[in-house]
Structure formats: structure tokens, C-alpha cells
Design a protein around this ligand. Structure first.
Ligand SMILES: [Zn+2]
Length: 278
């Protein structure tokens, strides 16, 4: 029974299982390499090794691709098997290598590949990445890419300088207690919310806010077509009719009450106008 093990025994057990796992992984990769050489997938009417591993062997797509990447490297460097078995090289590293080799095409010689495999032993994934891009002179991606996706989410690909990245990592560590999370979008949202609160919170004083709330009592948003007042009393915010960035003041006449939904709606419209005018 696992729950009966003492801490030392549990530690020993996990370590021995991890060793066994690496051994098994090296064997799997070795066999996939042979299946690749024989084009075994053709026997099962699959057009490629990937489909065979996913549909016939039940591997999730990413796992199948990582194993194929490692198998193709093993075909170039037989020593890779021992390195995987001993845990000196993991599949994240071999996949990084294969991806870079594909990117460079025919220009990477087998000798270069073997030399890189030797060098990445015992490196972290980050170190591996740095080494590969140096040795293969892979261009640094600097363009920021924004893709709006079907479900309304946004995919954002961005390159940070080392300094920017380190400062972000430090912020992540400092905020980890508050965010209970380790991912970047959560951190950026957390920092943005704090900044917005700081900027907007200080804009109108508590006394002025109270006056606006007493005057308006509910959301003052008017539908453009029907001219109907929203009137919601739920989750109310103080909004600047003329935004601060456009020179709007904290005077009572420039303030109104909006519900959260309409506050966000108006904010988006203004952000759009701001973008067009800049
Ligand atoms: Zn409203």
C-alpha cells in the first residue's frame, strides 16, 4: 500500500519508477525507429507513422510526434538511446532539435546533428533552446502576432528581450500567492487589473463617486436605437463620459454610473476610437 510507505521509501520508489519509465521510453523510441524504417504503417493502411501511432497505438497527437522526432534522431545518433534511458536527454529537447533541423532543411549535416545531441545532454530545455539557435543560427522571431480565435479568445505570440522576460518572471513569482497560478495570461490580467484600478480609482475621489451614485442611482447607458435607459443597479461603475485620455475631467458633469457590462461596452468603443485617431 502506497499510503503505508514512509517518506524515504516513497522517495526511493518514485525515483526507481522514473528510471524504469525512462528505460521504457528509450525502448519505445527504438521500436518506433524500426517501425519507421520498415514503413510498418503501410501494413495497417495508414499513410504515415503519425497516424499509425495515434489511431493504432492510442498515443495523443503531441506524444506521438515527440516519439517520432526522437526516433528520427536515434536513426542519426545511436547513442541517443542510452541518453534517453539515463534521463540525460528528454523528449522536449529532441523535439526542439528536430523542429530546428526541419526548419534548416538539408543544411544540417549528420555530424552537426550528432554534435548537438552530445552537447544538449543534461541541459535544461531553455538552455537547449539557446544553444540550438546559436549553433544553427536560427533567426530570432521579433514580430508580434495576434490571432483572434473563434471562441473569442486571442492568441498572442510575442518576443521579449531577456530583461523584459526576467522582469516578467520576477513579477510572476511575486504575484504567485495572489494569482494562485503559474501562467502568463493570468499574471498579465492580474497586473492590468491592478493598474486600471490604480489609475481609475484615483481619478475620482470617493466623495465625488458617492455624489454621482446618489444622483444617477442606476446604469445610465442609453440604447442608441430605442433610447431606453439600461437602469441596472447591479455591479455599478463610475464612468468618464469624455475619457481621461481625451482630456475628460473628474467633474460631476463628466461622470455617470454604468453597469459592468455597459462600462466595458463603452470602454471598447472608446478604445476603438482611440486606436483610429492615433
Ligand atoms: Zn447597463
Amino acid at each position: 500500500m502506497i499510503s503505508k510507505l514512509n517518506n524515504r521509501e516513497l522517495d526511493q520508489k518514485i525515483k526507481s519508477l522514473a528510471r524504469a519509465e525512462n528505460k521504457l521510453l528509450a525502448l519505445v523510441v527504438e521500436h518506433i525507429k524500426e517501425a519507421d524504417r520498415r514503413k510498418l504503417y503501410l501494413d495497417f493502411n495508414y499513410p504515415n507513422l503519425y497516424d499509425y501511432l495515434v489511431k493504432e497505438c492510442g498515443y495523443p497527437g503531441g506524444s506521438a510526434q515527440r516519439r517520432i522526432d526522437a526516433a528520427r534522431l536515434l536513426a542519426v545518433e545511436p547513442k541517443l538511446k542510452d541518453k534517453i534511458e539515463r534521463g540525460e536527454i528528454n523528449l522536449s529537447q529532441t523535439t526542439l532539435l528536430q523542429k530546428s533541423f526541419r526548419e534548416k532543411g538539408q543544411r544540417v549535416t549528420p555530424e552537426q546533428k550528432r554534435s548537438l545531441i552530445a552537447k544538449i545532454s543534461d541541459m535544461t530545455v531553455a538552455e537547449t533552446q539557446v544553444l540550438i539557435s546559436k549553433e544553427l543560427e536560427i533567426k530570432i522571431k521579433e514580430q508580434t502576432k495576434v490571432t483572434h480565435q473563434k471562441n473569442g479568445s486571442v492568441r498572442f505570440e510575442v518576443t521579449f528581450t531577456r530583461e523584459e522576460w526576467e522582469s516578467l518572471q520576477k513579477a510572476k513569482d511575486l504575484a504567485s500567492n495572489a494569482t494562485q497560478s503559474n501562467d502568463l495570461p493570468t499574471l498579465i490580467k492580474y497586473l492590468s487589473d491592478r493598474f486600471i484600478k490604480q489609475k481609475e480609482g484615483s481619478a475620482a475621489t470617493v466623495a465625488v463617486k458617492k455624489q454621482v451614485l446618489q444622483r444617477d442611482q442606476c446604469c445610465q447607458y442609453k440604447d442608441h436605437n430605442t433610447q431606453r435607459l439600461c437602469g441596472s443597479r447591479w455591479n455599478l461603475h463610475i464612468d468618464h463620459i469624455k475619457p481621461k485620455w481625451a482630456g475628460g475631467t473628474d467633474d460631476l458633469e463628466n461622470l455617470r454610473v454604468l453597469c459592468q457590462k455597459h462600462n466595458l461596452h463603452v470602454y471598447r468603443q472608446q478604445a476603438h476610437i482611440k486606436q483610429l485617431s492615433s
